[in-house]
Design a protein around this ligand. Structure first.
Ligand code: MTE
Length: 308
């Protein structure tokens, strides 16, 4: 089995030792050698090896404390502090993602295979995320397209749909009707295949904390945060456009595309500025959250006011 090596962010970003204690999934990914050596030593041995990914921003990072204490994860409640308080209920090991629909090789993949089978080394993406407020996070992950390739999409694959776990025993707010559970999201195939569309498994040099979408979540940095679905258990490749949870709930407020765009108002608030969580400052929001050079061509022939 290939040895899973977990990259760490450089210098001042290195997290306190207690956060480096890996969970069982990571141990499984490390294999027997990792177990013999002791995973924490292995993690420390990797210090300073990782470089930010080329598309990474050089903006100030949000502190780990803020990034993991101010979250949206409605399965655990609707206030920003509920996920940090409640998400410990989620069992993330074992964890499997089923991949179905328009693929030649439908099947399942377990977290052990994901952690050991994809090149996570030197893949720290410092990306900004925006949703009224903005965070800059050093994600650890890999492009979604690498996982999709394993299942071999068919020629009529045009969209990808994602689903979060549905289990009210572990996710107490699923007994309520804030969303028609499970949480669902979708992307067009070219968006899904873009190298900046990530599956994140870690942040700040550690496995994802539960409130941030453990053990695996989507990160689509040029779209509003709600597209970045957490704790994914099902990926369905489709020929028809799926309807995402927020679009189903309020279609006039949340479009399928949800590209960050300061010119397009949300019916109840403007979206021209954002509050930076690292210092509370308010700044102008950039179109495509600043990733226009990489992604604007995907929407060349589209009216972004109509397809918001
Ligand atoms: N995924 C699931 N399953 N459930 C959710 O409620 N909230 C979304 C998105 N992914 C959500 C989710 C919203 S509205 C946002 S803004 C981001 O997660 C927040 O991610 P963060 O807490 O890591 O900042």
């Amino acid at each position: 089995m290939p040895r899973y090596r977990f990259p760490e962010p450089p210098g001042r970003l290195i997290t306190p030792r207690e956060y480096l204690m890996p969970r069982r999934t990571l141990l499984a990914g490390l294999g027997a050698a990792g177990l013999a050596m002791g995973a924490p030593q292995l993690l420390r041995a990797k210090t300073l090896s990782a470089q930010p990914w080329p598309d990474s921003t050089d903006e100030t990072l949000t502190s780990r404390e803020v990034a993991t204490g101010y979250n949206n994860f409605f399965e655990f409640g609707t206030s920003k502090s509920d996920p940090a308080a409640q998400a410990h209920r989620l069992q993330t090991d074992p964890w499997t993602i089923a991949v179905s629909g328009r693929v030649h090789a439908p099947g399942e993949i377990g977290m052990e295979d994901i952690l050991s089978g994809f090149d996570l080394e030197e893949r720290i993406y410092r990306l900004r995320c925006v949703e009224g407020w903005s965070k800059v996070i050093p994600w650890i992950g890999f492009p979604l397209k690498d996982l999709l390739a394993r299942f071999d999409p068919t020629s009529d694959a045009r969209y990808v749909e994602f689903e979060t776990l549905h289990d009210p025993e572990q996710m107490p707010n699923q007994t309520g009707d804030d969303i028609d559970w499970p949480y669902r999201e979708g992307l067009r195939m070219d968006e899904a295949m873009h190298p900046l569309t990530l599956l994140a498994v870690g942040m700040y040099g550690e496995m994802l904390p539960n409130q941030c979408g453990a053990p695996i979540r989507l990160v689509v940095p040029w779209k509003y945060g709600f597209k970045s679905i957490k704790s994914i258990v099902h990926i369905r490749v489709a020929s028809e456009r799926p309807v995402s949870s927020w679009e189903a709930r309020a279609p006039r407020e949340y479009g399928f595309y949800a590209n960050v765009n300061p010119e397009v108002r949300h019916p109840r608030w403007h979206q021209a500025t954002e509050r930076r969580l690292h210092d509370g400052g308010r700044i102008a929001t950039a179109k495509f959250n600043g990733y226009g050079e990489q992604v604007a061509h995907l929407y060349d022939d589209m009216d972004l006011f109509e397809h918001f």
